[in-house]
Ligand binder design. Structure first.
Ligand code: HEC
Length: 152
């Protein structure tokens, strides 16, 4: 004879409830991961591609400052292959990142001759998704690329 006592029923309810809750948690974890998936290197174009797309029109595809837009600017775009050379042989990564992100302290930026890329990348990067994370990653990629083209 089946003995469906009260406690058996309670146990059954508890089991079903626990299953429901763990499924819910799993869904929540997955949703959080899918939405807030960190922006990794694979989600951002290479530093070189970012440079050719966003910087080369002024700084030239080789970074020396002879891009097609250069002649239209009041302030000549800097030669980005001699950043280290002009700074006692040291690549000042924090300063370079600052210039890319916020415009930095140089005259060309004060007059907005050079756009402030941090906010541009935040707004437009990754199709509007990823925002700040995309921007941070793009700046790292660009900085690394610039470091790689420094003349000795
Ligand atoms: C609209 C033209 C323009 C674009 C596009 C542009 N820049 Fe510039 N950039 C300038 C000008 C002008 C200067 C300032 C030169 C000065 O003040 O002496 C400059 C200066 C710099 C400097 C400082 C150089 C130094 O010698 O201290 C860095 C670094 C730099 N740009 C990186 C970039 C990067 C990276 C990009 C692309 C994300 C970019 N620029 C896009 C025009 C531009």
């Amino acid at each position: 004879m089946v003995d469906l006592t009260h406690s058996h029923f309670a146990q059954y309810c508890y089991g079903a409830f626990a299953l429901f809750i763990s499924t819910l948690i799993a869904i929540l974890i997955f949703a959080t991961w899918a939405i807030a998936k960190p922006v990794g290197a694979a989600d951002v174009p290479s530093g070189k591609d970012l440079f050719l797309e966003h910087c080369a029109q002024c700084h030239g595809s080789d970074g020396t400052g002879n891009g097609p837009m250069a002649s239209a600017l009041n302030v000549k775009p800097a030669d980005l292959t001699t950043l280290s050379k002009r700074a006692n042989g040291k690549f000042d990564a924090p300063r370079i990142a600052d210039i890319i992100r916020f415009g930095g302290d140089i005259s060309g930026h004060g007059t907005r001759a050079m756009p402030i890329w941090g906010s541009i990348f935040s707004n437009e990067g990754h199709g509007g998704k990823g925002g700040a994370a995309y921007s941070r990653r793009a700046v790292i990629e660009l900085k690394t690329y610039l470091q790689s083209i420094q003349k000795k």
